[in-house]
Design a binder for this molecule. Sequence first.
Ligand SMILES: *Cc1c(COP(=O)(O)O)cnc(C)c1O
Length: 490
Amino acid sequence: MELIFEKSVAGRLGVALPDSDVPGSDFLPGNLLRTDPPPLPEVGEPELVRHFTNLSQRNFSVDTNFYPLGSCTMKYNPKVLEEVAALFSGCHPMTALLPGGHIFAQGSLELIYCLGRMLCEITGMDEVAAQPLAGAHGELTGIMIIHAFHKARGNRKHIVIVPDSSHGTNPASAAMMGYEIVTIPTAPYGDMDMNLFRKAMNGEVAAVMMTCPNTLGLFNPHVGEICAIAHEHGALAYYDGANLNAIMGKARPGDMGFDVIHLNLHKTFATPHGGGGPGSGPVGVKKELIPFLPVPRVVKIDDGAYALEQENPLSIGRISGFFGNFAVLARACAYIVLLGREGLVRVSEQAVLNANYLQEKLKKYYDLPYDISCMHECVFSAARQLKQGVHALDIAKFLIDKGFHPPTVYFPLIVKEAMMIEPTETESKANLDAFIAAMIEAAELAEKNPQALMQAPVTMPVKRLDEVKAAREINVCHLLAQGTGHKARD
Ligand SMILES: *Cc1c(COP(=O)(O)O)cnc(C)c1O
């Protein structure tokens, strides 16, 4: 099917607007009036609808295919949650700010409050702030809280320790707050090197920031000890909980000794988030950090009603507009209630089982740098295939031809030619087996016909792009036209 971007033909009409009935042409000052009509595309309604419908069908989504993009938790999101989110479209929590409005906003405020209580129960924290709009935004919020905590005590700590197996946003968030980052390398079993960590710890360290399970899909068995060592030096322990899908109902970061955590509701708690949004990254803290949480905060007042705490002298202040991404909060709340305690435990068990199934079935065909049972995702290396000139990128492109979203490639950075696969709990064994078969086919092609892999994808409207040129001369319209063999609008 052809995809031509220039649809406009002079004189074509989609809608006929009625003549203006705004009285008096002197209504606006003459110098503000257009002399020429705006250069809008001139297309009929059917062409317009077909153009956008065709484009929409080129989207890849978890509603169409398997999407094992490591670290992103692209699980299937039950549609009933969309209905729940829509229920709230008429009662935005901002209503609470109107005079007398808190009476009408009680339902939305209660939802935010109850979600906070449930997330505390799941994570072992004492209080949750729902404002942050993404995981990385939650990290920044958490680091701001840590900074405010030390500042209130007159501490001038300037270092944040991050294992090199942490998500890249961790050092980035700490650096945004002005901290110096000290990176600790990974030991042979996939956890942070404890000797180097002990050496790096001192009174200048404000926090240790860990992604658990880490980006190798492994859970560090020393977390309790790490938190204790941090506390001995007056530092706080931060838990990047974007990978919570691996541990729900099994272990709680608060019980391990962590002081601050962020969650990615859009990942673990089921909001569709392909294409970058919408997100929600609530931050949970232990008791002594509650005063530093962002405002406004939903609190329960004496008569059992809900209100907004607008000010708090120690608070880091407001970190997003409105009260966060409310529709994501609504979906998360409904998801937790829908599954209940036992359901959430089964989610994590199944997510971990699926990842281990893939790991076991594929480890004959691909190098597995850390050959131990994994958590919710597994990380292979295409180092063996590279000997035939085949890169992880070529395998990723081949999977597109097979109808699968590729795994995350070239991340984590500490694994050469990394392929990070997160199947999630929502895939059937049949789907996992089909993906395994495609991965095995790619490994065999790498031996027998590496050229075939290097040409992939061949079945898609956009073929293999010139990635170097794309990075240097970024022009999205031009790239699309190049890929489809059509001329773009200049
Ligand atoms: C996805 C992810 C993040 C960042 O979350 P965003 O919502 O994309 O900002 C941080 N840490 C880990 C471990 C992640 O997987």
